[in-house]
Design a protein around this ligand. Structure first.
Ligand SMILES: [Zn+2]
Length: 451
């Protein structure tokens, strides 16, 4: 921030409003912000990259003097560090701020600001803050296929920015859980809430991701940085922002009840960071020897829909091997069954055909996460089975970790909704269920025997 009326308190409050606990004025006119080690929310639980922290040794004598000859005098927020960062009540963050700081912390530019759906960006300060030292983004291997990227758990192997609140799992099959808090805006009715909650539970049964509903307004304020605001922002549509951002929103407008759970599942995929399947670079062209899998009828595609049929290099196509317990590595085959796939017709006209043509019946389903959808989430979020990350005492745990498939993907499990939702026990539904492609159309309920 630059200002002619700059003083230490203005600079200090500017920096803390951006979640940064260090502030200092350079040359009397430029406010610079930074983060100390204590500010773990900024460092996302990792060690800071070289050059981003203040030097640990004393910088110069002048720091103990009251004179004005110091090149920079640095002040710091003393705490408390709620949720490991500057308290949410102090924050005034735009998505752009978050992306800017994160791109410096991680060393790569987050590309999805421009790709997000249509929420008006909040007004952000005229000049972004600068960390004490910024480095050029490291452009590693620009001509390599995207499926050689490593998944760092933060979103490095796909386009969205991941949710980052990880904690040890108290029980169950995962070593760690990723917590995604959400809050219902005041205009959400009970049927929409029920549907949304049901969809979140689907992700919970097959991944290490935990959606946690928070109920107080006070906590909701904290969501401006760390959670999803779920409301009705446009009654004729159902959408979500891509990945974790300040003010990530989920619009339940046309997703009104349990009939729309599949659409909510699709959009929760976006909330978590997934793009549509047909946005992969191998969908409509040849990409490092793979594809194309669709032939688009562009004359039938209205202009506003063209972006969702345009290849995105950043889309997930697989990843590099990320060590023991990695859910997936290598090229991920194009998935016609993905819940993230666009249906083949729009306003009654075909907008693409599949290659091979026999796959046309599979695309556009909204009943369950496909096996590959789940693997993609496990991979990008680095979900590790509990047994594979505990101290390895025998060699045999390695073998079991590489062949494990997620429990609820292959075998049907009783959806817990059945206990509380009478609709699930409706005889008509019981008849309808087995007629579908799968005996387990999550999130709907099946009996334990698979009927
Ligand atoms: Zn979509």
């Amino acid at each position: 921030m630059r200002s002619d009326a700059l003083d230490t308190s203005l600079c200090y409050s500017f920096c803390t409003s951006k979640g940064l606990d260090l502030s200092g004025i350079v040359g009397g006119k430029e406010c610079r912000c930074g983060a100390s080690r204590l500010n773990r929310a900024i460092w996302m639980g990792k060690e800071a990259r070289p050059g981003l922290l203040l030097p640990s040794e004393a910088m110069s004598e002048c720091r103990t003097h009251s004179g004005t000859d110091c090149p920079i005098r640095i002040y710091r927020f003393r705490g408390p560090f709620l949720s490991f960062g500057v308290p949410p009540a102090r924050l005034q963050l735009s998505a752009r701020d978050i992306n800017y700081v994160d791109s410096i912390v991680t060393g790569h530019i987050d590309p999805d600001v421009e790709g997000r759906p249509d929420l008006e960006p909040k007004t952000s300060s005229a000049t972004a803050p600068s960390l004490l030292t910024s480095e050029e983004a490291e452009g590693a291997c620009p001509y390599c296929p995207s499926f050689v990227r490593h998944c760092d758990g933060l979103g490095s192997c796909w386009m969205g920015r991941n949710w980052r609140d990880r904690r040890p799992a108290a029980t169950g099959e995962w070593a760690e859980e990723v917590v995604v808090p959400y809050f219902f805006d005041s205009d959400v009715d009970q049927t929409r809430k029920e549907a949304f909650r049901a969809a979140t539970r689907v992700y919970q049964t097959v991944t290490c991701i935990r959606f946690v509903e928070v109920e107080s307004n006070h906590t909701a304020a904290a969501l401006l940085r760390v959670g999803i605001l779920v409301g009705v922002y446009s009654s004729s549509s159902c959408w979500s922002h891509l990945g974790a951002h300040a003010e990530t929103r989920f619009n339940l407008g046309s997703c009104m009840n349990m009939n729309h759970v599949g659409e909510i599942l699709h959009n929760l995929g976006h909330t978590l960071g997934m793009l549509d399947e047909q946005q992969r670079p191998d969908a409509t062209g040849n990409y490092h020897g793979h594809g194309p899998y669709l032939r688009v009828f562009w004359q039938n595609v209205p202009y506003p829909w063209r972006p969702v049929l345009t290849p995105r290099e950043a889309a997930y196509t697989g990843s590099a091997y990320d060590g023991e317990g990695d859910a997936f590595w290598g090229y991920a085959p194009y998935d016609f069954d993905s819940i993230m796939h666009l249906p083949p017709n729009l306003h009654g006209s075909p907008i693409y055909e599949t290659i091979p043509a026999s796959k046309i019946g599979a695309v556009g389903q909204r009943s369950q996460l496909s096996h590959a959808d789940v693997l993609q989430l496990l991979d990008s979020y680095r979900c590790r089975q509990a047994s594979t990350t505990t101290t390895t005492t025998t060699q045999t745990t390695v073998a079991s970790s590489t062949t494990t498939t997620p429990r609820a993907v292959q075998g049907c499990t009783q959806n817990r909704d059945c206990a509380v939702n009478p609709w699930c026990n409706d005889p008509n539904y019981q008849e309808w269920c087995p007629q579908q492609h799968s005996v387990c159309p999550a999130p709907y309920c099946v009996n334990d025997d698979g009927r």
